[in-house]
Design a protein around this ligand. Structure first.
Ligand SMILES: Cc1ncc(COP(=O)(O)O)c(C=O)c1O
Length: 367
């Protein structure tokens, strides 16, 4: 089976993990946590990094740090992982949705302003499948209406918008280091911000509301969202090769594109002139005229031992939210089409050129 994803882990990762075991530093107090926070935040170009246990926790921590709470509204794309809406709802706020634009599957920034109400507090820009959101219009709108921008950069380590790294453009950002991300810590996440106050709130939220200067004195609610030294050891080792991993993804994406571009009826995420994409996953949307939906294609690929995955199902189509009375009757046609006809192909860090050739030949035959 060609897996849809596989991380690249080697002797350096092993060496640093062994150091954790030899020294006994296995929990979150160990030195790799700080080291990882420093190397990742400086790579993205942001002052503070607060490592947490996964990307979902990072989202909630970032929203909390940005002061999002009961009754607030947060505008986001419907086409994203459920974590984005869960994080907003857990803080007592409400997700407000917009559709995507068809070329990158990122939020359609032209729809944001029509969704602003007196309750709107933030815009969450989720950079999808490796490609950054068009941030200038979002920055303009946020400034005009005094809104906070939270970037979900889980899928875009190393991607750039007009020369700036995704995750360094809004007021605060969150990352995931799950095994399928550009760099991985197994499970893991991080919150990044240049704002001292937000960084303090994130630091406290991830650790039961503890404060830096007075132990066992709590003024706010918190969680145990801490990252372990074991996870951070992997992060430190992965940071030593992040450029190599990003270049690999870009080469992979270019190669897929080159081979698949002559097939009629496919839509690809095309790199905008202002973007540097990192092809987190090589993603394709089959045109409706071809007459095959993603689910069927995924089954066919599986029978040829090729792993692939469907696109997200829009938040507005999730039964969990309908049961809560949210998004009932809302329609977002571009996201609906993408979720039915979109899939991503094997994109792991160990993928070989001949595997891509095999995947593309099979895909062409099937289509
Ligand atoms: C855009 C986005 N945000 C958040 C997450 C959540 O990250 P995690 O799985 O580490 O909780 C993911 C996970 O894949 C994601 O793709």
């Amino acid at each position: 089976m060609i897996p849809v994803n596989e991380p690249l882990l080697g002797s350096r990762e092993k060496e640093l993990l062994i150091q954790c075991i030899d020294t006994g530093w296995v929990s979150s107090e160990g030195p790799f946590v700080k080291q990882f926070e420093e190397s990742f935040s400086s790579y993205i170009g942001v002052e503070h990094g607060v490592a947490v246990c996964n990307g979902t926790a990072a989202l909630e921590t970032a929203l909390y740090a940005a002061g999002i709470g009961k009754g607030d509204e947060v505008i986001m794309s419907t086409f994203t992982i459920i974590s984005c809406a869960f994080a907003v709802l857990r803080l007592g706020a409400k997700p407000i949705l917009v559709d995507i634009e068809p070329e990158t599957w990122n939020m359609d920034v032209n729809q944001i302003e029509s969704k602003i109400t007196p309750l709107t507090k933030a815009i969450m820009t989720v950079h999808i499948y490796g490609h950054p959101v068009d941030m200038d219009p979002v920055l303009y709108i946020a400034k005009k209406h005094n809104l906070t921008i939270i970037e979900d950069a889980a899928e875009v380590h190393g991607a750039e918008y007009k020369g700036r790294k995704a995750g360094s453009i809004g007021h605060i950002s969150s990352f995931s280091f799950y095994a399928n991300k550009i760099i991985t810590t197994g499970e893991g996440g991080m919150v990044l911000t240049n704002d001292n106050k937000m960084s303090k709130r994130a630091f406290s939220y991830r650790n039961l509301g503890f404060q830096r200067d007075r132990r066992f004195y709590h003024t706010e609610l918190g969680y145990n969202f801490r990252m372990t030294n074991l996870q951070a050891a992997l992060g430190v080792a992965q940071m030593e090769r992040i450029e190599e991993l990003v270049s690999f993804k870009r080469r992979m994406g270019d190669y897929y594109r080159e081979i698949l571009s002559d097939i009629q009826g496919l839509r690809f995420q095309i790199e905008k002139p202002w973007a540097k994409t990192v092809y987190w996953m090589y993603s394709i949307e089959i045109d409706e005229s071809v007459g095959i939906q993603a689910g069927e294609m995924i089954e066919k690929l599986r029978s040829h031992e090729i792993g692939s995955r469907p696109f997200f199902l829009g938040l507005h189509e999730q039964p969990v939210f309908h049961d809560m009375g949210l998004f009932v009757g809302e329609r977002y046609s571009i996201a609906e089409r993408a979720s039915r006809y979109g899939l991503y192909l094997p994109s792991g860090m160990t993928l070989t050129k001949s595997q891509v050739d095999f995947v593309c030949d099979t895909f062409k035959t099937l289509i």
